[in-house]
Write a protein that binds this ligand. Structure first.
Ligand SMILES: [Fe+2]
Length: 153
């Protein structure tokens, strides 16, 4: 595989973001308060478990490629409200998706890697779309350009 080193680096970028999503979502599930807690604590717990699974899946792929999966955690945000928490989750999901898309561009000569990434990108895209439905004002925007909530913090 001609881009092996670059793919390992890019997948490690994704793993770093998945670690952040794991820590952030787990924290959100712990602290979310009010009536929202009934639905949002399990929601964020599930997000954390998915991120853990994705970090492991691509960590194992990095090992198979001869690399070392990172133990680093990307930037994590702590928020007070459910809407802020959803924005924070969306931001990381979009970052992870962008990393997997970059890895796919690098994997043009490896059919198995391309298939793995295409399937994964499809699932990650659905996560992003699901979060955008929960925060309609975020649909079709870049998270940086929807700062109404973020400016408050
Ligand atoms: Fe993921």
């Amino acid at each position: 595989m001609k881009n092996r080193h670059a793919i390992i680096e890019t997948l490690n970028e994704a793993v770093r973001i998945e670690h952040a999503l794991l820590m952030q979502s787990d924290h959100q599930a712990t602290v979310v308060r009010g009536l929202w807690r009934l639905q949002m604590a399990p929601f964020f717990s599930q997000l954390a478990e998915e991120a853990r699974g994705h970090a492991r899946k691509f960590g194992q792929k990095i090992v198979a490629l001869g690399g070392t999966p990172t133990v680093e955690v990307g930037p994590v945000r702590q928020s007070e409200t459910v809407e802020e928490m959803l924005y924070d989750a969306l931001r990381l999901e979009r970052e992870a998706l962008a990393s997997y898309e970059r890895a796919l561009e690098l994997a043009d000569d490896d059919t198995a890697m391309r298939n793995m990434l295409e399937d994964h990108i499809e699932a990650e895209r659905r996560h992003v779309e699901e979060l955008e439905l929960l925060i309609p004002s975020a649909s079709g925007t870049r998270i940086e350009s929807t700062p109404a909530v973020r400016q408050a913090s």
